[in-house]
Design a protein around this ligand. Structure first.
Ligand SMILES: C[S@@+](CC[C@H](N)C(=O)[O-])C[C@H]1O[C@@H](n2cnc3c(N)ncnc32)[C@H](O)[C@@H]1O
Length: 277
């Protein structure tokens, strides 16, 4: 069972569950008046819909809220478990740069805040090509800040295009952590482009070690892209440290999840010319 803190439960109730349950369209177990199967198939499309378009009388923000209502809790729980298990030393997060690709509504950010707490400052960059996901993610992050669950030095920002992020001065030894939570569940992801984006962002952040945490459902159909992703990431200098399908038990239902952890060592030598170019 993941160790979900009380503030996280309260945030979810206040910002996701209550607004949906108190909406006048929500009746007879139909969130915002819609069948759950319709929501899964059409409004959130397994998490790969175009969340910026209205659909069936729902606004983009309502689509995102329904995603958070139906999918996010399970993903947050899995990430709490994964962060605690795969990166057990919380000191590793000190001044870390966390890059959450396909972040959705701040899913890994919530898990990270739950695990790391306010004791350690880090930078979190949430990237999602959906503006509505970024907007709702920013609202959830603002609430975490308001209740003092971030260190005062923690910085959180959301972006639609990873290539346009200015990561600031090149960092020295601090760790970079990429998170890909359920991003590869969609077969429409361009793996070559994703690995190029990761490599480019890694170089722009700094010289420290890089860790990449991948999570996905354990269902075989959703894992089709993994072998290609793994071989391309390996060719780009990452080493697969852990890969496993695990039965995850929580209060709702048991499910199979697929975890992987990749690492890329720190850059040991830098040509002086690179600094003065
Ligand atoms: C299945 S959801 C996962 C969201 C979140 N990581 C979670 O675990 O709850 C996938 C998200 O990735 C976004 N997405 C899909 N392809 C993307 C891409 N190429 N670049 C950035 N975001 C992308 C979608 O808009 C969606 O919010």
């Amino acid at each position: 069972m993941p160790n979900r803190k009380q503030w996280l439960e309260e945030l979810r109730t206040r910002m996701i569950v209550r607004p949906i349950q108190e909406d006048e369209r929500t009746r007879y177990g139909l969130p915002l008046g819609k069948e759950v199967s319709w929501i899964f198939n059409h409004a959130i499309g397994g998490g790969q819909a175009n969340f910026d378009e209205p659909i069936g009388g729902l606004t983009p923000q309502e689509r995102v809220m329904l995603y958070a209502y139906l999918n996010q809790k399970a993903h947050v729980d899995e990430l709490i478990h994964a962060f605690a298990k795969l990166v057990p030393d919380l000191e590793r997060f000190r001044n870390a740069t966390v890059i959450d690709i396909g972040c959705g509504p701040f899913t890994a950010g919530l898990a990270l805040a739950n695990v790391v707490g306010a004791g350690v400052a880090y930078r979190y960059f949430g990237i999602d090509h959906s503006a509505s996901m970024c907007e709702f993610g920013a609202r959830l992050a603002a609430r975490v800040e308001a209740i003092n669950e971030f260190h005062s030095g923690t910085e959180v920002s959301f972006h639609q295009n990873i290539d346009e992020i200015d990561f600031g001065r090149i960092r020295g030894g601090e760790i970079t952590i990429f998170v890909l939570s359920y991003l590869l569940a969609s077969t429409s992801i361009d793996v070559d482009e994703l690995v190029r984006q990761i490599k480019s962002a890694q170089k722009r952040v700094g010289l420290g070690a890089t860790v990449l945490l991948y999570t996905n459902t354990g269902r075989e159909s959703a894992r089709k892209l993994y072998p290609d992703f793994c071989s391309k990431l390996t060719a780009a200098g990452f080493v697969e440290q852990i890969e496993e399908v695990e039965l995850f038990k929580d209060s709702d239902k048991d499910r199979l999840i697929h975890y992987a952890l990749f690492v890329s060592p720190p850059v040991s030598k830098v040509k002086t010319a690179e600094f003065f170019a």
